[in-house]
Design a protein around this ligand. Structure first.
Ligand code: MV4
Length: 450
C-alpha cells in the first residue's frame, strides 16, 4: 500500500480523496495555488505545498511543480481527482518515469479513450453497442455523403479529440453536410489542434445513461450499475440519479455484463465510466471516461461501495474488494450539483459565504469543501457542493431531497439551490419523464421565472 498520496486537485474532490486516504491510514499531501491558501483541503491534509499562482495552467496543471511537490514531500502516489490532469496520459507516463504511482488507468488506456474514434472502434470490437456511423475518420465530402446516405439523415459530425459536446455539428440533410464537416473540422482544429472528425447517426431525444465499472488491471472487472445523467445544461450535468427511471433490472444486468466483459478483455485498471445514449430501448456507446466522476457518490449511495478506496487499493496492486454477485443495488439516490451562479441566468457568483448551513438527517450527504466565512475564488469551477440523497425508493428520495434543499442555507453568494427546489417538484422530473433536451427546453420556456 502507498505511504503518502499527493492529491493533485482542489475543492470537494480533494476532500473526498483525503477522507478515503485517512480511512486507509495513508498520509496526505495537499497542493494549492496562491488563491487556495485558505481552502479546506489544505487545512485537512497532513502537509501542503503551494504550487503556483491562481491560473490553473500555472498551478493545478503545472506538471513540473507537481513533481517537485512529490519530491519534497516523498509522496509515492498521486491522485488526480477529476478535471485538471485526470485524463492526461502524458502526466501518468511522467509520474511512472519518476517511480510515482498514478492512481488511475494505464497511460495506454487513457490515450485510447481520449481519441473518440479509437474509443468507439475498441468498444465495437469488444461487443459494446455503438451509434451507427463512419467507424473511423472521414477524409472527404464524398466519403461523408456515402456514410450519411447509408445511415440516414440527420447525422452528427463529431471531433475525434472532442468529447463533452465540443466540436459537434448536426447535418439535417445532404445540403448541410459539407458545411457541417468544414465547420466541425475548423472548430476541432482550433480547440484541440486536431481536425479529425467522424460521422454518426443523430439520435433526436435520447437519455444519457452511463455505466460505472471497476477493473483490477489483470482481467477482473465488475460493473456498479448505471447513472442517469440526462439533466444537463450546455453539456454540464445538473442532476444525476441511480437507478435510471428508464431501466429495469434485466436491462441493467444485460448492459452491465456487456460492459464488465469488455473491461475484462481490455484488462482495464481502476474506475471508469462508459457513457451511452439510450433511445427506444437501445443503448449506444458514445465515450468512456477514465477518471473518478463528479457524480460517483450516487453509485456509492446505492451500492455502499467506497469508489475512491477501491481506486487507491487497486492502484497499489490490490484486488477489487468484492465480486459481481456481492454487488446489490439498494433504493434510490439523487445528486444535485450546486453551483455559485445566479439560478436564472447562470452568471458565476464567486465571493464570501457569510452564512452556511448544510442539510443533514437520514440519507443526506453533502460533499463540499466550503465553510462559513470562506471566499469562493473566481478562477476555478463554480461548484459549491453536491447534495446527495438516498431513499428506499425514488419517491422517498424525492421527498427527502425536497426537504434537504429547503434546509440548505448559503448566504452571501448566489447559488443554484432555488433552481433545484423547483426542479425536484416538477411533474416531469417526479415522473422520471425527461431526456437530454428537457432542461434546455424548460429554461428556454422561462425556467425559474416562467
Ligand atoms: C450525440 C447526440 C445525438 N446523437 N450523438 C454531446 C456530448 C457528447 N458527449 C455526446 N453528445 C451527444 N452525442 C449522437 N449520435 C447528442 C448529444 C448531446 C448530449 C448528450 C448527452 C447529454 C447531453 C447532450 C446534449 C446535447 C447533445
Amino acid at each position: 500500500m502507498f505511504d503518502k498520496i499527493l492529491i493533485a486537485n482542489r475543492g470537494e474532490i480533494a476532500l473526498r480523496i483525503l477522507r478515503a486516504c485517512k480511512e486507509l491510514g495513508i498520509a496526505t499531501v495537499a497542493v494549492h495555488s496562491t488563491a487556495d491558501s485558505d481552502a479546506m483541503h489544505v487545512r485537512l491534509a497532513d502537509e501542503s505545498v503551494c504550487i503556483g499562482p491562481p491560473p490553473a495552467r500555472e498551478s493545478y496543471l503545472n506538471i513540473p511543480a507537481l513533481l517537485a511537490a512529490c519530491e519534497i514531500t516523498g509522496a509515492d502516489a498521486v491522485h488526480p481527482g477529476y478535471g485538471f490532469l485526470a485524463e492526461n496520459a502524458r502526466f501518468a507516463e511522467i509520474l511512472a518515469e519518476h517511480k510515482i504511482s498514478f492512481i488511475g488507468p494505464s497511460p495506454k488506456h487513457i490515450r485510447l479513450m481520449g481519441d473518440k474514434i479509437e474509443a468507439k472502434r475498441t468498444a465495437k470490437k469488444l461487443g459494446i453497442p455503438v451509434v451507427p456511423g463512419s467507424d473511423g475518420g472521414i477524409t472527404s465530402d464524398e466519403e461523408a455523403l456515402r456514410f450519411a446516405r447509408a445511415i440516414g439523415f440527420p447525422v452528427l459530425v463529431k471531433a475525434a479529440a472532442g468529447g463533452g459536446g465540443r466540436g459537434m455539428k448536426v447535418a439535417r440533410s445532404e445540403a448541410d453536410l459539407s458545411e457541417a464537416l468544414s465547420t466541425a473540422r475548423s472548430e476541432a482544429k482550433s480547440a484541440f489542434g486536431d481536425d479529425a472528425v467522424y460521422l454518426e447517426k443523430y439520435l433526436s431525444t435520447p437519455r444519457h445513461i452511463e455505466i460505472q465499472v471497476l477493473g483490477d488491471g489483470k482481467g477482473g472487472a465488475v460493473h456498479l450499475g448505471e447513472r442517469d445523467c440526462s439533466l444537463q445544461r450546455r453539456h454540464q450535468k445538473v442532476l444525476e440519479e441511480s437507478p435510471s427511471p428508464a431501466l429495469n433490472a434485466e436491462q441493467r444486468a444485460k448492459i452491465g455484463d456487456i460492459v464488465a466483459n469488455a473491461m475484462r478483455e481490455l484488462k482495464y485498471l481502476g474506475v471508469g465510466t462508459v457513457e451511452f445514449l439510450y433511445e427506444n430501448g437501445e443503448f449506444y456507446f458514445i465515450e468512456m471516461n477514465t477518471r473518478i466522476q463528479v457524480e460517483h457518490p450516487v453509485t456509492e449511495m446505492i451500492t455502499g461501495i467506497d469508489l475512491v478506496n477501491e481506486q487507491i487499493r487497486i492502484a497499489a496492486g490490490g484486488a477489487i474488494g468484492f465480486t459481481q454477485k456481492d454487488i446489490t443495488f439498494q433504493g434510490h439516490a439523487i445528486e444535485c450539483r450546486i453551483n455559485a451562479e445566479n439560478p436564472a441566468t447562470f452568471r458565476p457568483s464567486p465571493g464570501r459565504i457569510n452564512h452556511y448551513h448544510p442539510p443533514g438527517g437520514l440519507g443526506v450527504r453533502v460533499d463540499s469543501a466550503v465553510y462559513q466565512g470562506y471566499t469562493i475564488p473566481p478562477y476555478y469551477d463554480s461548484l459549491v457542493g453536491k447534495l446527495i440523497v438516498h431513499g428506499r425508493n425514488r419517491n422517498e428520495c424525492l421527498m427527502r431531497i425536497r426537504r434537504a434543499l429547503d434546509e440548505y442555507v448559503v448566504d452571501g453568494i448566489e447559488t443554484t439551490i432555488p433552481l433545484f427546489r423547483t426542479l425536484v417538484r416538477n411533474p416531469d422530473i417526479a415522473d422520471g419523464n425527461y431526456n437530454i433536451h428537457w432542461l434546455e427546453h424548460f429554461l428556454a420556456e422561462g425556467g425559474l421565472s416562467g
